[in-house]
Each structure stands twice: as C-alpha cells, then as structure tokens.
Write a protein that binds this ligand. Structure first.
Ligand SMILES: NC(=O)c1ccc[n+]([C@@H]2O[C@H](COP(=O)([O-])OP(=O)(O)OC[C@H]3O[C@@H](n4cnc5c(N)ncnc54)[C@H](OP(=O)(O)O)[C@@H]3O)[C@@H](O)[C@H]2O)c1
Length: 169
C-alpha cells in the first residue's frame, strides 16, 4: 500500500485559519479529489479537527475510506473509522485492502506521519501570513522535488500556485 501526504501551504507554511482553509482554490480542490480517489480504492487519514472542518456535502469524502484520528475513545461518526493512534489508522487502511493511503491533515496529523510517507504532494500558494496553523518543521534535504504544474491566479483561484511532488531519497 502506497502512503502519501497531500497539503496546500502558503510561502510561510500556513495551512489553516480558524479551523478552515485560508483560500479558495478550485484547481487545488479538483487535484485533491483526483489524486486521493485515483483509479483504485483508497483511504484518507485526517485529524478530528479537519473532519469537523469539512462541509456536510463532503463528509465523509466520497469513494474513499475515511479514517479520523482522535484521542477520545468515545468519538465516532457515521461513515468514518476512528483511530486512536497512528498504527491503528494504517492498520484500518490495510484491513480495507486499500491501494493508497493519503494523509490529508491537519498539522497534528501531518506531524505524526511525515516520516512514514514516501511522497508529499505540496501545493504552494503564493501568498504569506494566511493563517494560524502551520505545516510542521520539515527537513527537505532528504527529499527531491519534482515541480509538476504552475498556475496563475484567476476568478476561481485566489492566488497563483505551484504543485510539486516531493519524494523521499
Ligand atoms: N491546507 C491544507 O492542505 C489543509 C489540510 C487539512 C487541514 N487543514 C487545516 O488545518 C487545520 C486543522 O489542523 P489541526 O492541526 O488544528 O488539527 P487536525 O490535525 O486536523 O486534528 C487534530 C486532532 O487530531 C487528534 N489527534 C492529534 N494527535 C493525535 C494522536 N497522537 N492520536 C490520536 N488522535 C490525535 C485530536 O483529536 P481529539 O481532539 O478529538 O482527541 C486532535 O484534536 C484547519 O484549519 C484545517 O482547515 C489544511
């Protein structure tokens, strides 16, 4: 099972603001859907706060096994699997026979899985100071970047973006 991470961050590493995404980027939402669904049967791992931030229409994220991390053993949601620790989240994805397992945030969950994934898909949003939650410290010296796509801002995308895949060396 492939393990990958996907994140959009600004040039300061900000990923969220007041419990939600800081920007409206239609191209990035579309890419997120395409990558995390792909052609196979995939899982997404997210923190309970990110789960709470999803609009009702996208909760659970369709066509994917939704695994939500919480330390609260009482926490549950319809159509989501709860994981109380990181190994349990991976175990669920294996047990569901997933082809790919995508770590989709937020910051606390990125921090937990950064050393376990083989790829990090980063959309860099070309602005700064976007919010109150940042991607964790990440030593990119042992990772190689492939720049895949650069897009300009337009009416559907508030800022210019650069999409890269970082692969562990
Ligand atoms: N830009 C992006 O790509 C992106 C992606 C995702 C999210 N976001 C943004 O990021 C922000 C949320 O990030 P966040 O870091 O505050 O929260 P988060 O990582 O989404 O969720 C944090 C929660 O995860 C659970 N958790 C954390 N560590 C755990 C552990 N070791 N074992 C079990 N459960 C654990 C806890 O849930 P309990 O409190 O229930 O115990 C904790 O409160 C939002 O603004 C969201 O919009 C941005």
């Amino acid at each position: 099972m492939k393990m990958a991470m996907i994140v959009a961050m600004d040039e300061d590493g900000c990923i969220g603001n007041q419990g939600t995404l800081p920007w409206r980027l239609k191209s990035d939402m579309a890419r997120f859907k395409t990558l995390t669904e792909s052609d196979g049967f995939n899982a997404v791992i997210m923190g309970r706060k990110t789960w709470d931030s999803l609009p009702d229409a996208f909760r659970p994220l369709p066509e994917r096994v939704n695994i939500v991390m919480s330390r609260d053993s009482e926490w549950s949601a319809e159509d989501a699997d709860t994981a109380l620790y990181d190994g349990r989240a991976i175990e669920i994805a294996y047990a569901e026979a997933c082809d790919e397992c995508w770590v989709i945030g937020g910051a606390q969950i990125y921090s937990m899985f950064l050393e376990r994934v083989e790829e990090v898909h980063v959309t860099t949003v070309h602005t700064s100071g976007s919010g109150d939650v940042k991607f964790p410290e990440w030593d990119r010296n042992t990772w190689a970047e492939e720049v895949v796509e650069k897009l300009a801002a337009d009416e559907d995308n508030a800022f210019a973006t650069t999409y890269s895949i970082w692969r562990k060396l």
